[in-house]
Design a binder for this molecule. Structure first.
Ligand SMILES: [Ca+2]
Ligand SMILES: [Ca+2]
Length: 355
C-alpha cells in the first residue's frame, strides 16, 4: 500500500513537472503568437528550389550560394530532397544552378546545413565552409569555389568531438572557423529533454588545425553565427532567448560577451551587410508551430533587420512577415542592392524587392 501511495505521489509530481515545463516551452517558443502579414513588393519564388535553403550567403559580386536539401531530425522533409549547393546570380535573377562537387567526397550522403564563405585576400580564392550531417553526424566540409567552372573542389573534412551538433559556422581563415552547437546531447531523446528543461549547455566552438576549444557557453541553443565587417565581433543567435549575442574576439580566439539585443522572434541564421554592418536574420515567429511542422497550420516566416547594433540603441525592424501561406519556416535573409533573398529550412526561397 505504502509503495502504491509513493508511486501515485511520484506520478502526480512528474505530471505537474512536465505540465509546468510544457507551459514554459510554449512561452519560450512564442506558441501563442499570431503573425500579421508584412509583405514586400515584387516577390517571387525561386524556381528549382523546392526542398529548403536553410542557409545562404551573397558574395560581393552578387552570387548567392545556397545550401538546399537539409534533412534535420524531427522536421518535415521530402524523400526526394537531395543535398546540394546551388548558386543564384542576384544581378540577373536567373534560375539557380547546382555546383558540381569535385574531389574525394561522398555526395550521396551530403546533408548541408549552415554555410560560410572565406575570401583569401592574398589571391582572391573563395572557400565555402559547409556544416554537413551525413548519416546524422556533424562535420564541416571545406571546398574551394571555382566560379569559372561552377564547381566546388572538396579540400578537407573536419570532425571533432566538440563539433557534435553543429548548426552554423563563420569562417575566419582558410581552415579556421567558429561554429555553433544547437544541442548538447547527441541522442534524440536526450535532445528532447534538453529542450523541455531548457538546459543551457550549448556553446560556440573555435576550430583551427592547431587548436579546438569551446569559447562561449551557457546557451540553451546556439544557431546562426556571423562576423562584423571589421572582423572584431561575432554575432550569435541565442535562439530560445529571442536575442542576438554580440561577442568580441580576443587575441587568444576566445570570446567576451559585449551585449545581447532582443529581437522578439526565434532568429535562425544571421547575414551581415558588408557596407552598413546591419544584421539580417530569417526568424521563426512561432517556434511551436515550427517544431510541430503541421503543413495544414504552417509555421510562418519573419525577416528581422538590426541596425546600429553597437550603439546604445540598436534599431530592430521587422522587414517581412508571412503566415506560412507564401513562405514556411524562414531561416535566413540576405540583401543585395535593393533586393532581398529569403531562405527556409525545408520549404522554398523568396526573391523580393526591398522597396
Ligand atoms: Ca551561415
Ligand atoms: Ca541555422
Amino acid at each position: 500500500m505504502g509503495k502504491l501511495v509513493l508511486l501515485a505521489a511520484f506520478g502526480v509530481a512528474l505530471s505537474a513537472l512536465v505540465g509546468e515545463r510544457i507551459i514554459a516551452l510554449r512561452n519560450l517558443s512564442l506558441a501563442s503568437r499570431e503573425l500579421t502579414k508584412n509583405h514586400l513588393p515584387n516577390c517571387r519564388l525561386v524556381k528549382g528550389i523546392e526542398y529548403g535553403s536553410e542557409d545562404l550567403t551573397i558574395l560581393e559580386d552578387g552570387l548567392a550560394l545556397i545550401s538546399t536539401g537539409l534533412k534535420y531530425p524531427g522536421l518535415p522533409c521530402n524523400p526526394d530532397a537531395v543535398g546540394k549547393i546551388v548558386v543564384l546570380n542576384m544581378r540577373s535573377g536567373e534560375n539557380p544552378i547546382e555546383l558540381k562537387i569535385e574531389g574525394d567526397f561522398d555526395a550521396s550522403s551530403f546533408n548541408p546545413h549552415g554555410i560560410s564563405v572565406y575570401t583569401d585576400e592574398k589571391d582572391g580564392s573563395r572557400y565555402l565552409f559547409v556544416v554537413n550531417h551525413p548519416h546524422s553526424n556533424s562535420q564541416v566540409d571545406i571546398f574551394k569555389f571555382v566560379e569559372e567552372k561552377n564547381t566546388l573542389l572538396h579540400l578537407k573534412t573536419v570532425k571533432h568531438e566538440l563539433l557534435h551538433n553543429v548548426n552554423d559556422i563563420v569562417a575566419v581563415g582558410v581552415d579556421s572557423f567558429y561554429a555553433t552547437n544547437d544541442h548538447y546531447f547527441t541522442f534524440e531523446v536526450l535532445k528532447l529533454l534538453e529542450l523541455l528543461f531548457s538546459i543551457s549547455w550549448c556553446d560556440v566552438v573555435y576550430y583551427s588545425p592547431e587548436e579546438v576549444k569551446s569559447v562561449a557557453g551557457g546557451f540553451p541553443s546556439t544557431n546562426g553565427i556571423n562576423i562584423s565587417p571589421n572582423k572584431r565581433y561575432l554575432y550569435v543567435s541565442d535562439i530560445m532567448n529571442h536575442r542576438i549575442a554580440v561577442m568580441e574576439i580576443q587575441k587568444d580566439n576566445t570570446l567576451s560577451r559585449v551585449k545581447e539585443v532582443a529581437v522578439g522572434s526565434l532568429c535562425d541564421n544571421i547575414e551581415v551587410d558588408r557596407e552598413t554592418g546591419d544584421l539580417w536574420s530569417g526568424c521563426h515567429p512561432n517556434g511551436m508551430k515550427f517544431l510541430i511542422g503541421d503543413l495544414n497550420d504552417p509555421p510562418g516566416s519573419e525577416v528581422i533587420r538590426i541596425q546600429n547594433i553597437h550603439s546604445e540603441e540598436p534599431v530592430v525592424t521587422q522587414v517581412y512577415a508571412d503566415d506560412g501561406r507564401v513562405l514556411i519556416g524562414s531561416s535566413v535573409a540576405a540583401p543585395y542592392k535593393g533586393k532581398l533573398l529569403i531562405g527556409t529550412v525545408y520549404h522554398k526561397t523568396l526573391y523580393c524587392d526591398l522597396n
